[in-house]
Every structure is written in C-alpha cells, then in structure tokens.
Design a protein around this ligand. Structure first.
Ligand SMILES: [Zn+2]
Length: 288
C-alpha cells in the first residue's frame, strides 16, 4: 500500500523538477518545460530511502538508502556517431546527465550495443579509479578498443548465473535472449534495501526461462520496442503477467525512430489486463 502510494505520488513529487510556472502581466500562466538536471535530482534524493531514476532508453540509476549509486545501461552521448545522416538513428531524447556529474559505485552494461555500452561515457565513469564496471563478456572487444583491458581492478565480466555482492547491492545476472547480435547479453536483478528490481535488458520473451528470475519483484523494467530482437508491447505485458511485479516500467522507446516502441499501446494493454505500470519520464524518480 505504501509502495502504491509512492507510485501515485510520483507525478506530484516530480512536478518541481520539470515545470517552471511563469505568470505574464495578463495573469496567464505560461508553463515552460525545462530539462531536468538529473545529477542535481539524484544528489538531492534523501538518504534513508531507495530511489530509482529513469535516464531514457534502457538507462536507470538506483540510489540506496546509504546513498550508494548503481547505474544500468546509461546512454548519455549526443548520438552523433549513430546518426550519420540516418533519421532512424537521430537521438530524440535530450541528454539530461553528463557522464562526469555523478560518482557511481557500480556501472552495469548488459551488452555491447551502443545504447547500452556508451563508449563516450564508460571511460569517464571509471576515471575516479573506484567505480566498478560489470559488463557482459562480449564487451571485451570494446574494452580493448577503449584501451582499458589492463584495468582489472575496476572491470569485471559477468554472465548469467553470476552473483555479486558489492556495498549495498546484491546483483544477480540472469538469462537474456538478445539473439545472435549479442549472444552474451545479460539481464540484471538488483536487491537493495530489501527491494528487488529486475532490469530485463534487451531480450525477446522467454517465458520458458521465467523460473530463473528471482521473485517476488518490486519493479520490472523491460523493453517494449519489438525490434532488434526485443519484446514488443504485448510480449512485455505477458512478462509482467507472468512475473506479477508490484509495478512494471517500460523502457527502450522514444530514443530512436528505428527502434520503434509504442508506449501508448503498452499503456492500453496493461490497462486492459489490470496490471500496474509506471511510465517514467526522463529524469523521473520513483521512491521504493
Ligand atoms: Zn538496446
């Protein structure tokens, strides 16, 4: 109940982060939207509570009650490298966090695709010499390309079945089926402060392997874009139905036209199935 209240209260709580109400001389209120400064929002989030923040695409940040930060699949580049004149790969969501603005305790990259292992950001995250990078084994090539192969203290390769306890976080890597394009991709289950958050990663629907996912779940985060081997809106709802988390947060839509993903359709499907969902704005904060 407390959790549901928290979900319901989010839009109200986050209003300040988005809106600047400016009254003109006629008394009309012009509402202009300013970009959320995610670093400021994360730093301001009080200790003593568990926070989840959405950064766009499949990127999420978890802040523990102790103030430790874990990031999954942050894509913070402007997208110029991908665009190359192809509108399908034009970055459509703004960059709301600079890679050097926060000190992460743990950074996870579920697979080496550019929107999950952001080559412009990962070396910056690790500059402080204490941040740990946990990435799928097929990220090795990128690590070599970035000349980080010798950094064995900060970088660890992971595969489904691995469990890592670090600081406030207990991280289990689980199966993920992203096809031949990223055969070693992983899903992530994070236990923190007694809460369980499952980030499915880029994956198709594998109900046959559902028993490998720890339950019960507080939050399920999963793609809905139905392209490049990912679940579509209907399949993500089927996963939510099978796992019955307290809330499902859709991701992997709105960033690139070529990636597809209709969050309106997902909303309709979840509503019809009477399954709890939270559609998170970029920069929005869920208090668990
Ligand atoms: Zn992706």
């Amino acid at each position: 109940m407390k959790f549901l209240k928290s979900v319901l209260g989010i839009l109200r709580n986050n209003k300040d982060a988005y809106d600047n109400g400016n009254s003109d001389s006629s008394g009309h209120t012009a509402r202009t939207k300013s970009l959320p400064d995610l670093a400021a929002i994360v730093l301001k989030a009080p200790k003593g509570k568990t926070h989840l923040f959405a950064t766009g695409q499949a990127g999420f940040i978890i802040k523990s009650t102790g103030g430790q930060l874990l990031a999954v699949d942050l894509y913070l580049s402007t997208g110029e490298k991908q665009f190359k004149g192809d509108n399908g790969f034009k970055r459509l969501l703004p960059v709301i966090l600079q890679p050097d603005a926060l000190h992460f305790d743990i950074v996870i990259c579920t697979h080496p695709h550019f929107d999950h292992f952001d080559t412009g950001s990962v070396p910056v995250f690790l500059k402080n010499k204490t941040t740990k990078l946990l990435c799928s084994t097929d990220c090795k090539k990128l690590i070599r390309k970035l000349r980080m192969a010798n950094n064995k203290e900060q970088i660890q390769y992971v595969m489904p079945g691995n469990r890592i306890v670090s600081g406030d976080f207990e991280i289990s890597f689980v199966n993920c089926d992203h096809g031949a394009g990223a055969p070693d991709a992983v899903g992530v289950v994070v236990k923190v402060d007694g809460k369980t958050i499952y980030e499915a990663g880029d994956t198709c629907l594998r109900l046959d392997r559902i028993s490998e996912i720890p339950q019960p779940l507080d939050v399920l985060i999963a793609p809905i874009n139905g392209a490049y081997g990912n679940m579509n809106e209907t399949e993500c709802a089927l996963l939510a139905e099978a796992l019955h988390p307290k809330v499902t947060v859709p991701c992997h839509y709105g960033m690139f036209a070529s990636h597809h993903g209709d969050v309106g359709l997902f909303y309709e499907i979840m509503k019809e199935k009477r399954l709890p969902l939270l559609i998170m704005q970029q920069g929005e904060q869920l208090i668990l």
